[in-house]
Structures are given as C-alpha cells and as structure tokens.
Design a protein around this ligand. Structure first.
Ligand SMILES: NC(=O)c1ccc[n+]([C@@H]2O[C@H](COP(=O)([O-])OP(=O)(O)OC[C@H]3O[C@@H](n4cnc5c(N)ncnc54)[C@H](OP(=O)(O)O)[C@@H]3O)[C@@H](O)[C@H]2O)c1
Length: 323
C-alpha cells in the first residue's frame, strides 16, 4: 500500500523527512482491527515528529497521521480513538498511563491506505459527517472536549477565553463551549479567524492580546508563549487555565505572583480517554456540530498540506483524503 512515512527528523527542514513510499499492508494481530483509511487529518503533532520534538528517533521510520476515519473489513464506518494505552496502568485514566502512545508515535498512523488498531479504539463515525469531517474529530475535538469538560469543569453560563481561534483544538473548543451554553471569547492574529470564531459561536472575537470586556472562568490555551501573559491577566480570581499545547513556545514568564495571589489553577491536558472521545462524538451528533476544514489534499499532495500547517494562518483543519 502507499503511505506517507517519517524517515528522518530535522528541526529546520521537517518536510525533508516525509516520504511517500510503498509499504506492506498491515496485518491485524488478535484483538486488533484492520481499517481501510478514507481520510486522515494533519496535526501539529505530525510536524513535531518530523522536527524531532517529543518523538524518539528509534521509532523512525513510522507512518504519520493520528486522526483517522475509515471503514472496517466488515463495512462499519468508523473513527479511531487515537490513544493506545492501558487505563489500569494510569490508575483508571488511560491518559495517565506512562506508556500511552498516540497513533504514529509507536504504531503506524493513518496517512496510508490501511491501518490496524486495537478493537477498543474503533468507534462509530457520526452519520451526519463525511469521512473528511469525521477525520478532524479524534485528536483536536477530543482534546478540546477533555480540556473544557474534564480538566476545566465547564458549566453552562460560565465565561471562556479560547486563544488562537484558527487552530484545530481552538476552533473545536469554541464550537463545543458555545454548544454547552458558555459565553465564549476568542482571540486570533487574523481578521479571517476572528470572523470564523464568531461563526463558530464566539460572543466576541479580539486581536491577540486585546483587553476582554470581562474576566473569565476558564482559558483554553494551546498557543503558549505568545498568549500566556494575556491568559493569566484575563482570569477571574480562582479561575483556571487548561493548557494542551504551546505552538509559539514553551517558556513564557511564569508570573508566579499573579498565580498565587489570584489563586489561579494551571492544569495540563493531554489527549483523551476512549470514554471522552465517545462522549465527544455523542455531543457532536446531539448538537449537529461540524468541524471546519481549511483544505483537502490527496495523499500524493501531502507535502502541500504539511507546508500549509507549518506556514500557519489556517482556518480549520488540513485533511488528506484517501479515496
Ligand atoms: N496535548 C494534546 O493532547 C494535544 C492535542 C492536540 C494538539 N496539541 C498541541 O496544541 C497546539 C495547537 O495545535 P493545533 O493543531 O490546534 O493548532 P496550531 O495550528 O498549532 O495553532 C494554534 C493557533 O495558535 C495561534 N498561533 C500560532 N502561533 C502564534 C503566535 N506566534 N502568536 C499568536 N498566536 C499564534 C494561531 O491562531 P491564529 O492564527 O488564529 O492567531 C494558531 O492557529 C500544538 O502545539 C499541538 O501540538 C496538543
């Protein structure tokens, strides 16, 4: 089968390590399922792997792609919960299993014609979504779901700030928080993404760093260094920042005085449990939500999709369709 494989890592030229090649079809071992991939979306995680950030070089070569929608051999239309982990090893929470792995970290990912995954990772695709749309959900939407509702304990009527509206996690967070009855403020560097935030349900959208009309209960942070100080300033006393990513850098000034004086809570979040991914899918169906797609490429055009991710300025997800 044809696949997009990470063959090397280079911080300054990540695309040099992304190669399209013929590889053997995968074989499902007992308890695993073979899925014909129909679409797989690109995440910053794929770029970090090619840059050599957070990915052990000993797991290279590996097929990239952690966000997958497809069809099982018995014809079931599915999306794939992207975390391979053991809840028992995480004291009941699979995201706390020290050996947890996102697809494409230790097991081949979805930029290929077939993928094999544990049976528990296979969930029914929402019937209302196309394969391209469904392939946007597993990583970004489940991450946003855990950030808002598990880690952030968001309730209807609360105020939320979502930083960097154009990102996959951020745009999902705006949509989910609005549907849950929160008042959502969003920031973006671009007028286009501020307009997108309003379309997704934000009450107001601001330029990055602008003063909000009021302080918020919760900040959803994936931008990192560029927005951290603003995130801290925007919180009510006792409020929480849930952080799942730091695209612009991981080492902002901590501003410890503000954190302890206002009793702010800084909460990390990574991935989602299978139950959270399934709850997110139910929520999406119940509220008839749709992810925003910036562009769709074929597998042969995958480098264009990665370049768009690296260049930034996207409004929604980049999807690779594998018809
Ligand atoms: N922990 C997890 O489980 C998990 C899961 C998924 C993703 N992540 C991480 O979360 C981060 C977000 O990923 P993503 O795929 O959603 O989106 P992304 O494309 O990495 O970007 C997030 C948004 O940040 C804003 N941004 C980027 N650079 C900026 C800068 N220098 N100054 C101000 N704003 C900036 C942009 O929004 P505007 O253009 O609208 O300003 C961008 O759309 C990544 O680092 C990713 O690795 C973590």
């Amino acid at each position: 089968m044809r696949a997009a494989v990470a063959v090397s890592q280079d911080a300054s030229n990540p695309l040099a390590g992304l190669v399209l090649q013929q590889v053997p079809d995968p074989v499902a071992k007992p308890g695993w399922v073979k899925v014909r991939v129909k679409a797989s979306s690109v995440n910053m995680h794929d770029v970090w792997t090619l840059r050599g950030v957070g990915h052990d070089p000993k797991n290279i070569p590996i097929i990239l792609g952690c966000d997958v929608a497809g069809v099982t051999e018995d014809g079931r239309e599915v999306i794939i919960h992207p975390v391979i982990a053991d809840a028992n090893a995480g004291e009941g929470d699979e995201t706390l299993d020290p050996n947890r792995a996102l697809l494409s970290e230790q097991h081949d990912g979805g930029f290929a014609q077939y993928i094999v995954v544990p049976e528990r990772c296979v969930l029914d695709k929402p019937a209302s979504l196309s394969f391209e749309e469904a392939a946007c959900l597993p990583v970004a939407w489940s991450t946003a779901y855990r950030m808002l509702f598990t880690q952030g304990q968001l309730r209807a009527g609360q105020k939320v700030l979502v930083q960097g509206a154009g990102g996959g996690v951020a745009s999902a967070a705006i949509t989910l928080a609005n549907a849950a009855g929160a008042t959502v403020y969003a920031t973006s560097r671009s007028a286009e993404n501020r307009a997108l935030a309003l379309e997704l349900g934000a009450a107001e959208a601001f330029s990055t760093g602008d003063r909000l009309p009021e302080r918020v209960d919760l900040v959803i942070e994936t931008v990192g260094e560029a927005t951290w100080a603003h995130s801290l300033r925007c919180l009510k006393p006792g409020g929480a920042i849930v952080i799942a990513g730091a695209t612009s850098g991981t080492s902002p000034e901590a501003d410890l005085g503000r954190i302890f004086y206002h009793q702010l809570r800084v909460i990390g979040s990574t991935g989602s449990t299978r139950e959270e991914t399934a709850a997110m899918v139910d929520f999406v169906e119940r509220h008839q939500l749709r992810p925003v797609i910036d562009r769709v490429h074929t597998l042969d055009e995958i480098h264009l999709g990665f370049q768009a991710m690296i260049d930034g300025g996207l409004s929604g997800k980049v999807v690779i369709a594998i018809p």
